[in-house]
Design a binder for this molecule. Structure first.
Ligand SMILES: [Fe+2]
Length: 393
């Protein structure tokens, strides 16, 4: 049984919600609250799996309520229900709400969005782990591209392509923008997986407000040691995305696959960033263990956290409404058996690119060499493209 709480100060909206959901076949139980205070009282009795809250409410607004729920009941999946005119307020909840729903909402959109978010819990089988990772702050703020973006955004002639080019060099900003645009808030029937499309949908002003919002760039609070390693992960993600998408071109892949691979390559280590931000000391142990024992970072993460960054990245992206194609590739991006396929998937492209990059940087700690693994596992039709790729990096 999944229990869901709706919060709205307008009783007539709650009534119509109750009517809309009357014959939902899912194993769902609904409750309704007319204020943040009442919602918290109900939570006190039994925590809910999902909360859908209105944004504008007297006394405690939706952003404040979700912040409190996030602190006290991190496992609860949080949605904000709001009108388009509240965009400024919406931006304040980018860290606290998992997704945004537009008012008025179609019942099928509401149901499928909630279903999709609940599914994310199946990526992590263990209840205790869900509880643990839900406590992690969603994502840190990285001021790295802030000044570059401010600079280009000041120009009246700046184009969408110029802005997306800068944004696509940063894992965190890309994840946040795509998370926002893929919310049911925009009523899109397809997933947007290109930053330039996101800018077109959200509009220039919204992206600018999002980029400049303090939610995204509270740089002062950023610890120097975290900053160094997060920027390193960010840079590696950018390099991997670039190399993996070049690899797609070398193997004759089309533009769609190239862009999909770029996005997955950029976002697949988002879970690593969340580990570092929230458990820095333990993450140092992960890196040391992987090096000392010659095991992959995923194996070391599983030993230390009980979960790998592949699972954590997939879990977060699935909660944020990314497509199942993106999620499954992210889950598999270190799965060595996945490169044995007749046709390489985006995850396979990324893994091979990653191995080549790690080896080049002297960060390859496995006993078997990259060349041997490729010779043994990868379909020979890809061998020439891999040699060419290796030469180009
Ligand atoms: Fe990774």
């Amino acid at each position: 049984m999944v229990n869901i709480l709706f919060v709205d100060d307008d009783q007539s909206i709650l009534n119509s919600m109750e009517r809309l959901l009357f014959d939902v076949e899912e194993d769902w139980d609904f409750q309704f609250a007319v204020s943040g205070k009442e919602a918290l009282e109900l939570f006190h009795e039994t925590p809910f799996d999902v909360v859908v809250s209105d944004m504008r409410m007297p006394e405690m607004n939706g952003a404040e309520l979700l912040r409190e729920i996030k602190d006290k009941y991190p496992k609860t999946i949080r949605f904000i229900l709001s009108g388009y005119s509240d965009m400024k307020l919406i931006l304040e909840t980018v860290q606290t709400a998992e997704q945004f729903l537009a008012k008025p909402i179609e019942p099928d959109v509401l149901i499928s969005t909630i279903k999709g978010a609940i599914m994310s819990n199946s990526i992590i089988a263990n209840e205790e782990l869900i509880e643990k990772v839900s406590r992690f702050e969603v994502l840190p703020a990285v001021p790295k591209i802030y000044s570059r973006l401010c600079g280009i955004m000041e120009s009246p002639d700046v184009t969408i392509d110029e802005i997306s080019e800068v944004i696509e060099t940063d894992v965190i900003v890309t994840a946040k923008i795509l998370k926002l645009v893929n919310s049911a808030f925009f009523g899109l029937r397809r997933t947007i997986e290109k930053v330039s499309d996101a800018i077109t949908y959200l509009g220039f002003d919204v992206v600018k407000a999002l980029v400049l919002s303090t939610e995204l760039f509270n740089g002062e609070e950023f610890e120097a040691r975290n900053k160094r390693i997060i920027e390193k992960i960010n840079l590696e993600s950018f390099e991997r995305a670039k190399v993996a998408s070049e690899f797609v071109v070398l193997t004759g892949g089309n533009d769609k696959k190239k862009k999909e691979t770029y996005l997955i390559g950029l976002l697949c280590d988002v879970g690593k960033i969340v580990f570092v931000e929230n458990e820095y000391d333990k993450y140092e142990d992960v890196m040391a263990k992987s090096k000392k024992e010659g095991i992959t970072c995923c194996e070391a993460e599983k030993d230390i956290f009980g979960i790998s960054h592949c699972e954590l990245s997939a879990y977060l992206l699935s909660k944020w409404g990314f497509s199942s194609a993106v999620i499954s590739n992210i889950l598999l991006h270190h799965e060595i058996d996945n490169i044995e396929k007749e046709e390489l998937s985006s995850a396979g492209n990324i893994l091979i690119s990653n191995m080549l990059l790690q080896e080049k940087k002297g960060n390859w700690y496995m006993e078997d060499t990259v060349d041997n693994i490729i010779k043994r596992k990868v379909n020979p039709k890809y061998h020439k493209a891999i040699r060419d790729l290796k030469e180009s990096i």
